[in-house]
Design a binder for this molecule. Structure first.
Ligand code: CP3
Length: 363
């Protein structure tokens, strides 16, 4: 709200102007808020990373977790897809495991495998070893976000974190898992340990996201990438309250909250109920059908199959146009892939997708 004053100072006038043309008024943030947009905004999960030669160059000889702790490098990598693609939002370069390292968990990110945890979490004593985090534990993220917000100007920056269930899955399994068998065994076999673990992970996640919001991100995305492994009943009982604690804990900040998972056709309504403004939809559910499940008071994000980017261009074009049409059923649509950019993706195809989304949705 504009400050009450009789004589308008130069600073106040400038603040008002930048509020009108800044990230809060960008097509991306407007679409998240279900406001009118001049064209459908687009960004890609994992737009910064493995598929870009300029990324591979700056990461040469630097470990994944180390790269996340260097604000100059984080800023550079985050900006690479902005320069190349002309996407409507940047997403902070980091990893969902970063706040767990700050919480004292001994883990590594093994190239070609993913996160590997030295001592898997299975007992209440294991849970007790995971500390809460203070903003000072992730000051490098605060610094990187501030650098980026200054650099990005009117382009919004998306902050993110892993959701309690997806983080728990890595901690309990000790690494990536197809079946999540130990995670489910703990959930059902020791619900008290499970809830203690997810409560602590929700505290860490909320603290981590509040640092990012405090430093100036324009939206946040909660990645519950593996939630689709659960039935709706188990999701509601064992996971939703904890994700709701994170999303609800951000409500006072007013930043749009995107809630994403893969294979979540049966969970779309629940993902929205957990407190999202935008629900991310993978490629399995058309956006118009997803909107029926989510309800009319939330925007959607998605949902081009990342594998379709390897098909001939006319196929890609037809899919993009179909998704734009289906997205009109929702009160707000942010174009994206249904999951992250695959490493072998040709970046030039993504450049063409951005141009097509903008052109085909304008007017
Ligand atoms: O593009 C890259 O993969 C390069 C850097 C990198 C990231 N994470 C960045 C990242 C690497 C090597 C990782 C390791 C990692 N962490 C993997 C990949 C293992 C592999 O080699 O294939 C995985 C699966 C994780 C765990 C993780 N990180 C998950 C489940 C998610 C949520 C998103 C998803 O893909 O489901 C992340 C988030 C993540 N990791 C992001 C980035 C830049 C943020 C979000 C984004 O840009 O969309």
């Amino acid at each position: 709200m504009a400050p009450m004053s009789t004589a308008r100072t130069g600073t106040a006038a400038r603040d008002e102007k930048s509020a009108r043309s800044g990230p809060a008024e960008s097509p991306f943030v407007r679409a998240c808020r279900r406001q009118s947009v001049p064209y459908t905004p687009v960004w890609f999960m994992r737009q910064a990373g493995r598929s870009l030669p300029e990324y591979r160059r700056v990461r040469d000889g630097i470990g994944m977790l180390e790269s996340c702790r260097r604000p100059d490098l984080v800023a550079e990598i985050t900006l690479q897809p902005i320069r190349r693609y002309g996407v409507d939002a940047a997403i902070l370069y980091s990893d969902i495991m970063v706040p767990l390292v700050a919480a004292g968990v001994d883990l590594d990110i093994v190239p070609g495998t993913g996160p590997v945890v030295a001592e898997p979490v299975r007992t209440i004593e294991d849970v007790a070893r995971i500390r809460r985090i203070d903003p000072g534990d992730v000051s490098f993220v605060d610094e990187a976000v501030r650098l980026l917000v200054a650099e990005l100007g009117a382009t919004p920056l998306i902050g993110f974190a892993g959701a309690p269930f997806t983080l728990a899955s890595y901690l309990v399994e000790g690494g990536p898992s197809r079946t999540h068998v130990r995670t489910k065994a703990l959930m059902h076999g020791a619900p008290d340990v499970w809830h203690a673990l997810l409560t602590r992970l929700a505290e860490i996640t909320l603290a981590f996201l509040r640092v990012q919001v405090g430093a100036g991100v324009s939206a946040v995305q909660l990645f519950d990438s593996w939630a689709g492994a659960l039935s709706e009943a188990d999701y509601r009982r064992f996971v939703l309250p904890h994700s709701a604690a994170v999303l609800g804990g951000l409500a006072d900040t007013g930043v749009p909250r995107i809630h994403f998972g893969v294979g979540t056709a049966e969970l779309l309504g629940a993902l929205g109920e957990a407190g999202a403004d935008v629900v991310g939809v993978d490629w399995r559910t058309p956006l118009d059908a997803a909107t029926v499940r989510i309800g009319p008071d939330k925007a959607v994000q998605g949902n081009l199959d990342p594998a379709v980017l390897f098909a001939p261009w006319p196929v890609v074009e037809a899919e993009v146009r179909r998704i734009l049409v289906e997205g009109r059923a929702a009160p707000g649509h942010v174009f994206n892939l249904g999951h992250g950019v695959l490493p072998e993706t040709d970046p030039d195809v993504l450049t063409r997708v951005v141009a097509l989304v903008h052109e085909a949705s304008a007017g």
